[in-house]
Ligand binder design. Structure first.
Ligand code: HEC
Ligand code: HEC
Length: 134
């Protein structure tokens, strides 16, 4: 009896870990305030890769660690850089919509007049690219 209970507990833990591990890109219940809630995993991945490249940073520039400090908690809003990014996304979409007539869908590989790269050009803060030249 005792063994059975242990086995069930073990199985429950296994399933739980499985869910937790697949959470960043697997679940549909995401903490998205700007991107479309039904964005595909592939598109979300490409958008995030794009931001990382445009600013020349790693994922953890915007995403904080989980409480156990063992992994990144992508859904967490702990880092201010993530919230700034949401403003930047709206800013970029706004410029394209109001001045260039592009409808922004936040899809991967979408052509836009202005992108993160236009201003950031591989730096977390655009002004840093001028400091580097001195
Ligand atoms: C420049 C900031 C920035 C960088 C760099 C970045 N992200 Fe994000 N990420 C965000 C923002 C902002 C959101 C939330 C978007 C929204 O609210 O619509 C987000 C959301 C996510 C989500 C959805 C989380 C959830 O709620 O379930 C995942 C997964 C994710 N990012 C993965 C990554 C990965 C992997 C990388 C590195 C390759 C990365 N991000 C790099 C800003 C960033
Ligand atoms: C029109 C130009 C412009 C565009 C487009 C733009 N940004 Fe920015 N961004 C800036 C400027 C300027 C700052 C610095 C503001 C400051 O120093 O207070 C900044 C700051 C940031 C910061 C804060 C960095 C830090 O270290 O504090 C993040 C994160 C960021 N941008 C992400 C993005 C992302 C992601 C995109 C594309 C969705 C984007 N930005 C598009 C001009 C832009």
């Amino acid at each position: 009896m005792k063994n059975k209970a242990v086995a069930i507990l073990g199985l429950a833990a296994f399933v739980f870990i499985g869910i937790a591990a697949s959470k960043p890109l697997g679940t549909k219940e995401r903490n998205l305030k700007v991107l479309p809630k039904d964005i595909s995993d592939t598109d979300l991945d490409s958008v995030m890769e794009g931001y990382s490249k445009a600013l020349n940073v790693k994922c953890d520039f915007c995403h904080s660690e989980n409480k156990a400090k063992t992994d990144i908690d992508f859904a967490s809003d702990d880092k201010p850089e993530k919230e700034i990014t949401r403003i930047m996304m709206k800013l970029t979409a706004g410029i394209n919509k109001d001045y260039f007539d592009y409808t922004i869908l936040y899809k991967a590989g979408e052509t836009m007049a202005v992108s993160c790269y236009t201003c950031h050009d591989g730096f977390p803060r655009p002004e840093l690219k001028h400091e580097k030249k001195d």
